[in-house]
Design a protein around this ligand. Structure first.
Ligand SMILES: [Zn+2]
Ligand SMILES: [Zn+2]
Length: 310
């Protein structure tokens, strides 16, 4: 088999359209697709100060690498990396190491924030304080972690003066989020899941996901072909996640229907156009404690803090 573009030796065959690619064209296609996604959804402006959330996993490491290639054409823009230390013993240290290593190699400004110093408790403490799930704890560990990571990432992005915050969520992550919101009947959140970054509130830095069209398998391959080291082990709390079932469904179905995740995202984009003509039921207001945008009296981070302090 030969590369569809140049006839060289093939290193990867794209699952969804069977295009055979040599290493040069595989890399080129990865960059081009990211660029197309950024352009299509107007994710970046020429002179943006861009914050990238870098966990040390494959997605954020590959994204940072590809963004620096794209950014080299835009001298007025800047990239800064942000890593959040959730405080997960035996897990976070390794991810932090890979984050630092890759960020240093690219010569990018790196800012580290932590649950402990920015919230007062690290994730291990939160989970042991709230007790076992099903008994005293209402939600899975990932829900608490997600609430706080989101909140601290937003504060960090504001701190470093970023115009936009990018995260490494890939195609299947995004399809999973769409499906989860449908399963939960959470139409509000489904309508807020807009690929185009928006300034919906003064307290929130707009966010975007340039990898939303990049399949996980190709991101893994990109890291491998470009010698990018990343953390491979799963978070010890991931076993609790309800997301896991939906994830399994996506990857299993995708074996027979390789366009599945693309179809879910295209369907969601069409739905969005219709949903955005309907005004939101609950208006955004400011959290009584921290001022961040919320639909109730307190944001979910402050609600959690309150639970832990009492
Ligand atoms: Zn080629
Ligand atoms: Zn708050």
């Amino acid at each position: 088999m030969k590369c569809a573009f140049c006839g060289d030796q093939v290193v990867y065959v794209r699952q969804y359209d069977k295009t055979a690619l040599c290493i040069k064209h595989f890399n080129e296609q990865m960059v081009k697709r990211t660029q197309r996604t950024i352009t299509k959804h107007k994710m970046l402006k020429r002179d943006d100060r861009v914050a990238v959330g870098v966990s040390g996993g494959k997605d954020s490491i590959a994204l940072l690498n590809i963004l620096t290639k794209i950014e080299s054409e835009f001298p007025e823009s800047e990239i800064v990396a942000i890593t959040i230390d959730e405080g997960i013993e035996g897990y976070r240290e390794e991810g932090m190491l890979y984050a630092k290593k890759n960020i240093q190699k690219l010569n990018i400004e790196h800012h580290i924030y932590s649950f402990k110093s920015d919230f007062g408790y690290d994730l291990d403490e939160i989970i042991s304080k709230l007790g076992e799930r099903g008994k005293s704890r209402e939600f899975g560990a990932c829900s608490y972690c997600g609430i706080l990571r989101r909140k601290i990432l937003n504060q960090a992005a504001q701190d470093v003066g970023a115009d936009i915050l990018l995260t490494g969520h890939n195609l299947e992550d995004e399809a999973e989020t769409v499906l989860l919101n449908i399963i939960r009947g959470d139409i509000q959140r489904l309508s807020r899941l807009d690929p185009k970054p928006r300034k919906i509130h003064t307290s929130l830095v707009p966010r975007a996901k340039p990898f939303r069209n990049s399949p996980q398998a190709e991101i893994v391959m990109y890291c491998y072909l470009n010698d990018l080291e990343y953390q491979e082990i799963q978070c010890p709390y991931a076993v609790e996640a309800y997301r896991g079932d939906v994830r399994e469904f996506i990857f299993k179905t995708q074996e027979k229907q390789p366009m599945l995740s693309f179809n879910i995202l295209r369907g969601h984009e069409k739905l969005l156009k219709m949903m955005q003509t309907v005004p939101p039921k609950k208006e955004l207001r400011e959290c009584n404690n921290c001022g961040e945008a919320t639909t109730s009296d307190f944001c979910r981070g402050c609600w959690l803090k309150n639970q832990l302090d009492s």
